[in-house]
Design a protein around this ligand. Structure first.
Ligand code: 6LW
Length: 546
């Protein structure tokens, strides 16, 4: 029974049964109390942050009636710019991706420092727009769609400027404005059909003096234009500031209590959440306001491994019409606050038996893949992978599919048929942070024999921790973690697992390797020569633990 039913029941009760005696009056009081308790219980359920765990950086959100849509940056990964749907800003389901065709995006040789940077999603006049920047060209472009699950258009390029990043769109009084970060926050009007510049470029604001003023978004509320940005850089110093003006082109007056969201302070120095920044605001249909933003959960001293994640916070407007985030400009992993009526979404199970016609949205390739290296058809219930000469140590697109590591404590296991390997072929499972930073359990064929290895790649160091000769055609490979180490193991019966090695988290952390992504748990197949070898993966099982 939800709140609506209860109120209906209560009003029917009143209509159909006139109050006759004290008992009835007491019953009425009891019902009203119950109704209040249930209403407050439903609305004050609270929620867990992050609402999108794992590498889901630079979030942007918009609302259409009762539905929220959210996008994230993806750098070298493809399909690029996942799009999520929610009814309550807490439970999200990926419904597609904005960039799913090679004609939409150039990811040649992209890595965690290039490819697709921060996106913005906006809705206007029945059309969704997603605007972003491609590195290293630093070209801004947008795609549009009537259906957010796609297909999205080919790019409309912003040709009047290149440089820097974090574009956003703002629709106001029949016009479309393009804002972006280029030392300052800049703005100009564009023709949204062509991307053509329609007004001179203006500097709007450069923030409160923090480094890297970026991630701008504009909102119009109660006669004010509000300009929300991030400052401090996307590491520990990250924070959110806001300014407003009665006029679109300013001058902008900063909020007197900036930063409106920050953990870069004494009070929050020990919070398990750090780096809060790059936010977007959205108003729900019930009038409440919310902020989504990025942040990261630290594992070990000031390091993070699973990337910048998407967090949610409630926003109230104070008597001077300034936004107050979660009461005091900080947020928690366990949020105790009133929420929108919570509506669960279909959760991705973590187990994939590869028995569907296409891969689920949780799977990504590195760059735009050579799609003929993958097949779900040739052997029903298996993912066939053709080894590539481009390995996971190289730039380019290796034969690799991966899914984000979403919790510090996890286990990922795969069942791999290795009966069709040839000398020089390697197949396996990897905890992949970057091409020079990954831990693998791989089966290698050499001198006519197969061996399973626990192997470590850290920068220029390639190390095999342990190698065991194999004579079975099916091997179970596993990577798991205990929040400090990654453990590499294998099994021949999926019951008894033999340890092949363990390695510290820290060497896969963003602080160690740089870049803007997070660890993927992936499957790969590679070769040092032209080969007719292949491997078939029966299933992949990913589970997380508190
Ligand atoms: C993005 C910038 C940022 O362009 O990091 O955290 C950069 N914020 O706004 C890459 O994600």
């Amino acid at each position: 029974m939800n709140v609506k039913h209860l109120h209906l029941y209560f009003s029917c009760f009143m209509d159909n049964f006139a109050l006759k005696t004290n008992d009835m009056r007491n019953t009425l009081i009891l019902l009203v109390a119950l109704s209040f308790l249930l209403t407050s219980a439903l609305y004050s359920q609270g929620y867990k942050n992050p609402v999108l765990p794992g590498f889901h950086s630079d979030p942007s959100v918009c609302r259409v009636n009762d539905d929220f849509y959210l996008v994230n940056s993806t750098f070298q990964y493809f399909p690029a710019v996942p799009i999520f749907h929610s009814k309550d800003l807490i439970h999200w389901e990926q419904i597609g991706a904005c960039l799913t065709r090679p004609s939409q995006v150039n990811l040649d040789n992209a890595d965690g420092n290039s490819g697709i940077y921060a996106p913005t999603i906006r809705y206007h006049d029945g059309i969704f727009y997603m605007v972003t920047t491609q590195y290293p060209s630093r070209k801004h472009f947008y795609v549009y769609a009537k259906d957010p699950s796609g297909p999205w258009s080919d790019p409309v390029f912003i040709d009047f400027t290149t440089g820097s990043c974090d574009p956003t769109l703002f629709f106001d009084e029949g016009k479309c404005y393009f804002l972006w970060k280029d030392v300052y926050i800049k703005i100009c009007e564009i023709d949204v059909k062509s991307g053509r510049q329609m007004s001179p470029i203006k500097r709007l604001w450069s923030g409160m003096g923090g480094r890297y003023p970026e991630g701008p978004h504009l909102y119009k509320k109660d006669g004010y234009y509000y300009l929300l940005i991030a400052e401090g850089g996307t590491e520990h110093g990250h924070h959110i500031t806001i300014a407003r003006s009665r006029y679109l082109e300013g001058p902008y007056e900063p909020c007197p209590f900036n930063p409106i969201l920050s953990h870069f302070n004494n009070e929050m120095q020990n919070s398990p959440i750090q780096g809060l920044g790059h936010a977007d605001l959205v108003q729900a249909k019930d009038g409440s306001w919310w902020m989504i933003c990025l942040g990261y959960r630290t594992s070990g001293y000031l390091q993070h491994v699973i990337g910048r994640e998407t967090f949610l916070a409630p926003v109230e407007w104070d008597k001077n019409a300034w936004p107050v985030v979660n009461g005091n400009g900080t947020l928690q992993l366990d949020m105790k606050c009133r929420t929108l009526p919570q509506i669960e979404m279909v959760e991705e199970s973590g187990r994939d038996d590869f028995d569907k016609r296409k891969l689920g949205w949780q799977w990504n390739y590195i760059c735009v893949p050579k799609i003929e290296n993958y097949s779900l058809d040739v052997r029903k219930g298996y993912l066939r992978m053709i080894p590539s000469a481009i390995t996971i140590d190289h730039l380019g697109s290796p034969t690799f599919i991966g899914r984000r590591q979403t919790e510090l404590k996890f286990s990922a296991t795969a069942s791999i048929d290795v009966s069709h390997l040839q000398n020089g072929t390697e197949v396996g499972i990897t905890a992949y942070a970057a091409r020079l930073n990954h831990y693998d359990v791989k089966i290698i064929r050499k001198e006519g024999r197969s061996y399973v290895q626990g192997s470590i790649r850290i920068g220029q160091m390639k190390h095999v921790e342990r190698e065991v000769a194999l004579d079975k055609s099916v091997v179970y490979v596993r990577i798991e973690s205990d929040k400090e180490y990654y453990y590499l193991s294998f099994s021949l019966d999926n019951k008894i697992f033999t340890l092949l090695g363990k390695m510290e988290y820290r060497y896969l952390s963003t602080e160690t390797i740089g870049g803007f992504t997070g660890v993927y748990l992936g499957l790969f197949a590679q070769t040092d020569k032209k080969t007719s070898a292949y491997t078939d993966v029966d299933w992949f099982d990913y589970r997380t633990f508190e």
